[in-house]
Design a protein around this ligand. Sequence first.
Ligand code: AMP
Length: 625
Amino acid sequence: MGYIELNVLNAPATTPSTLALGIDLGTTNSLAAIWKDGRPVVLHPEGKSGLVPSVIHFPPDGMPIVGREARDHAVADPRHVIFSIKRFMGRGLADMRPELASLPYQASESDNGLIQLEVQGRKYTPEQLSALILMRVHDLACRALGGQDVRKCVITVPAYFDDTQRQATRDAARLAGLEVLRIVNEPTAASLAYGLDQRDKGNVAVFDLGGGTFDVTVLTIEDSVFRVLSTAGDTHLGGDDFDQLLAGLARAELGPLYGDELLGDPGFQQAIRLGAEQCKIALTNDPEAELRVVIPAKRISWRRRIEREEFEALCAPLVERTISACRQALSDAKLEPGEIDEVVLVGGATRMPCVRERVQRFFGRKPHTELNPDEVVALGAAVQANILMGGRRDMLLMDVTPLSLGVETMGGAVSKIIQRNSTIPCEATEGFTTYVDNQTGLDFHIVQGERELAHDCRSLGRFQLKGIPPMPAGMARVAVKFHIDADGVLTVGAKELGTGKSAVVEIQPMHGLTDAEVERMLKEGFAHAREDFDQRRAADLKIEIGTMVRATESNLNAGRAGLDRESVHDLEEAMEHAKQACSGSDLKALQKARDEFERATLPLAALLMNNVAQKALMGRKLGDV
Ligand code: AMP
């Protein structure tokens, strides 16, 4: 996967006419920043922290509560508190089964295959829940701006978010009443916050360990243009997993005291989780801390001291997983650790001393920690928002598509319309036509991937173009346009050029893709290249034979009288062989049958041409020709 950023030369150096927010919509916390007095600043309403925990509490009656207060309800009312909703964005139930097992609330699937969570007897989509978080962030930001209602914004998403997940983020913003100027990748935003775009040349590694996800991205800067060389990571590794290590320790010691039944109680679990996180944070500052589980209502108050060294020994395998991903990202980027010039730390969990030390040892250089790792992405989003509002900083961010996009054609092959690694925004159009006479509709199946046959690619959606006027096969002209906007969101439109009939698809894929899945799809594309090519060729030959059979059948009766018996016999036999070859998928047999069929059609073709020429010449003198 790669991302490049385009340097826009001579961008006008104007003062922004209006304001736009930069919003980091995080798994654990969300935050807004804005460009002010020539630099990005985090918005702190009434001098308080602007960090909004991405947590929602649904009281039995009344409005949902978002943020710190919602998180405080986690212990007393765990069934009505929602955490980490970002993981569910644009995902189907099947993708999320492992996660769902540990959640204290019900999940179901909507008609279009996307997840819904049930709280207080009502179903909510991840977009609706994220919208609640965005509304809270927006509300605090406006208060910090003295009551100004700023609705334009840039929102960040992980680099590995696919079209569906980006679209879900946009939808959430729309539900919150916000206007999204652009969706920006988090590592790119972090680089902008550190002003790394000011460097002429160099390689940057952005190491992002948040609450629930981890990713590392390698970017290169050349002539002030950023290009993302690779990204690797683990969507199920974050600060929460470090909490779980301490929670496991607590559970092991609490089990014999309180019994398994109480340990399984959701309130008890949340209390352990919160106690574990507090202890982890304390161990960042102190060499020793207390692991506490306190539930006043149940008269439980348990404590145990733990040294940082003991915690770090527990953490080592998790930290090593982040380093393996760094190795992977570097190897994909074809760089050695020593060739990285800048290392940027993002995400609250990078505050842990053992993480910092290990990253520094791996890259052989001190990472950037000058900016608050919780704020750096929002600050970068504010830099981007300022650029989009016409402010200075001659940098426009652009991405590339990680996988090719296309449509299934007759016979199950894929016609790739936008090739992988195309710079976005981009647009491409391809012509299609009808396959049989008087066909009045066309079915389009949109797929994503590098394989040659549609059933080996990822299905993104289907739609129909109806109302094509009846005409002979191959006469209709249908233009299919793929458009990917700057946020990586795909719109596909089909238009019959004669009548102007058109249809546009709203893509609601059932499953999101992780970066690991993208990589798997790319590798499979390479591994199966030969066999895919053969299968595709076989599919194309079947279509070609089908067209030849129809043309022969409709012309043979008229031409029979003008042909000798042997030619007619050869043609009928070759056509029969070709039809038989189409019932299998043997490429050599198909090729041979097609070639023989074509040869056998030559006398008929010559006769038809002759008839046409004679008709055309009738009544004309030689000199006219
Ligand atoms: P983020 O998703 O970037 O907001 O990161 C949140 C994660 O950072 C959570 O797992 C927090 O527990 C963790 N975190 C925040 N502050 C600290 C700290 N001082 N030490 C260790 N982890 C922290």
